[in-house]
Design a protein around this ligand. Structure first.
Ligand code: OOG
Ligand code: MG
Length: 261
């Protein structure tokens, strides 16, 4: 895959994001043979373009880490992408639906590490020993592809549908939590739309951070201390509509909310 094609594909998803416009997935016509490895090269170029525009990375995100997400999106392997500064929504704030294409929300458990973790052999135990705190989070995903229809390489080249993140401010040390058996609810206007437990994410959300460290090691990068890390949707994602009040509650940790206008 030459650099010209990498740039072309990064421009393709990047311009769709900026113009809030749906596009046909890359593997439909543009480049059907796009592999996972190539799609991460496209993602790297997309990240480079954003950084060049002055945007900054807030933290990494894992995706497709639960069976609920695998089934909903019809893809079957964990992937990673990045949350940027312009995507962050403050807890309790409002978003405008017109700033997105077809946004959905998913409940997630976030981690912040006190020291860097470098793969390839990072375990969940390493992650928990290095965890400064965990927090409740809501991810807003907005695939640039028509009807959220994509293959794994497509979604990787689209920065894993990253569009928004609401980080809860109830920070808890993980020592006294059993993150695999904590319950999680996603409510919209007071009605529970989805629910699950921490174990939905690769058996334990710490496994997701370990997996991230081990995947990043392939390109010589690590999971950095201090960055908020999203471990992936615990449940299927839910479509947003104007007027929605979205709340995610994580047992023993706290809750986080925002409004949709
Ligand atoms: C891809 C993003 C997946 C998650 O938490 O599983 C993701 C998508 O579903 O559009 O962020
Ligand atoms: Mg997610």
């Amino acid at each position: 895959m030459d650099t010209h094609l990498i740039k072309e594909l990064a421009n393709y998803t990047h311009s769709a994001e900026k113009e809030k416009r749906e596009i046909t997935k890359i593997t439909a016509e543009l480049y059907p043979e796009l592999s996972i490895e190539e799609s991460y090269l496209v993602q790297e170029e997309l990240v480079r373009q954003k950084l060049e525009e002055g945007k900054t990375i807030v933290g990494p995100k894992m995706g497709i880490t639960s069976e609920a997400k695998m089934k909903q999106m019809n893809v079957d392997d964990p992937i990673y992408g990045y949350v940027f500064d312009y995507m962050v929504v403050n807890e309790g704030d409002s978003i405008s639906i017109s700033d997105y294409i077809h946004p959905k929300v998913e409940p997630e458990i976030g981690f912040v590490l006190s020291r860097d973790l470098e793969g390839p052999n990072v375990t969940a135990l390493d992650v928990l020993a290095a965890t400064e705190y965990v927090f409740p989070a809501i991810e807003i995903i907005d695939s640039r592809y028509e009807n959220f229809n994509f293959t794994l390489p497509d979604v990787i080249a689209d920065n894993t549908s990253a569009a928004g993140a609401v980080f809860g401010t109830t920070l808890k040390r993980p020592d006294n939590l059993e993150l695999d058996v904590v319950g999680v609810t996603l409510s919209i206007n007071g009605e529970i739309k989805a629910l699950g437990a921490g174990a939905a994410v690769l058996g334990h959300p710490a496994n997701s951070v370990a997996r991230l460290a081990n995947m990043l090691a392939k390109k010589g990068e690590k999971v950095k201390a201090g960055e908020p890390i999203l471990t992936g949707g615990l449940t299927a994602a839910v479509m947003l509509s104007p007027g929605d009040f979205v709340n995610v509650k994580v047992g023993g940790i706290g809750d986080v909310s925002f409004f949709v206008k």
